[in-house]
Design a binder for this molecule. Structure first.
Ligand SMILES: NC(=O)c1ccc[n+]([C@@H]2O[C@H](COP(=O)([O-])OP(=O)(O)OC[C@H]3O[C@@H](n4cnc5c(N)ncnc54)[C@H](O)[C@@H]3O)[C@@H](O)[C@H]2O)c1
Length: 270
């Protein structure tokens, strides 16, 4: 169903790799809600992924940008405003990557070059993005910037590895930069803490299926899907949430406030 929630709004969506990506679903839904936007991803991901199909479907252009590279970000933000015909109303940061996770390097035995790289891609890129948008004065008043995160920032999930630290940094940047963006430009900055979701990044985490099944059994409403995450993200881009900022918002079927569920109790008694 479409509500025209984003009619007339312009934005940038990072991170649509394939049709499972949360950013992919967000782009499809944003298009249905009347938004116009530019799609972006790292050059290597553009070669591997299928973003052109999404671009055709949503009538949008694709601009390559490595989110760790300031020149790429500057170019992306300038060109996006040219293409869209004005300042931006929304930006989605849907980016995550840990080489330690990918290569199965244990948290107690980090390769710190990889840790640095993962921090830069997954977390510092958000500061770089915010700073570039801020310096270029590229956001309209009452605009909205969202990054995606996971609850391992607050609680221990052993196999989430260094991504837990990256997410803690990311959420802190949303608050710290969100203060200045709110005060100086009337722009909101939030993170959405999403349920485990079967995407390329999600499935890279060791034991992901067990992780997902556990969360499903713990959450009174069950895990939130990528499409449901897209829908929630759109509400934050809309004018219906103008005073929501500096928040880490759990979108997880209730998981984050659970102690134990009946189903988990029963499985322990077997
Ligand atoms: N899947 C889950 O279980 C889950 C749960 C909570 C939060 N998240 C978060 O959601 C976000 C989106 O991930 P997803 O699950 O849709 O997986 P995904 O693999 O589809 O998306 C991750 C994206 O990050 C992009 N990326 C990697 N390095 C980049 C760089 N240098 N510059 C620009 N882009 C780069 C990838 O190309 C990819 O498009 C991530 O922040 C992830 O941590 C995912």
């Amino acid at each position: 169903m479409s509500y025209n929630l984003l009619k007339g709004k312009r934005g940038i969506i990072f991170g649509a790799l394939d049709e499972n990506s949360i950013a992919w679903k967000t782009a499809e839904r944003a298009h249905e809600e009347g938004a116009e936007f530019v799609l972006t991803n790292a050059p290597v991901a553009l070669r591997m992924g299928t973003i052109n199909t999404l671009a055709e479907k949503t009538n949008s252009e694709v601009i390559p940008a490595d989110a760790t590279n300031l020149e790429d970000l500057e170019n992306l933000i300038e060109k996006s405003q040219d293409i869209l015909g004005g300042k931006l109303d929304f930006v989605l940061h849907s980016i995550g990557m840990s080489i330690n996770v990918r290569k199965g390097k244990h948290y107690t035995d980090q390769n710190y070059d990889w840790t640095h790289k993962g921090l830069d891609v997954s977390a510092m890129s958000f500061h770089k993005l915010l700073q570039t948008l801020y310096k270029k004065d590229a956001m309209n008043e009452w605009g909205s910037i969202v990054a995606l995160t996971y609850m391992a920032a607050q609680r221990v999930f052993p196999d989430y590895n260094d991504m837990a630290d990256n997410k803690a940094y990311l959420e802190s940047v949303a608050r710290s930069f969100g203060y200045f963006f709110g005060k100086d430009k009337k722009v909101r900055v939030n993170t959405i803490s999403q349920s485990p979701t079967p995407t390329s990044a999600g499935q890279g985490v060791k034991g992901f299926t067990g992780f997902m099944n556990y969360a499903e059994k713990m959450s009174p409403l069950g895990n939130a899907t990528a499409l449901e995450c897209a829908d929630y993200t759109l509400t934050l881009f809309s004018d219906l949430t103008k005073k929501v900022t500096l928040q880490n918002l759990f979108h997880d079927g209730g998981f984050s406030n659970m102690g134990v569920s009946q189903e988990i109790m029963e499985s322990m008694e077997e």
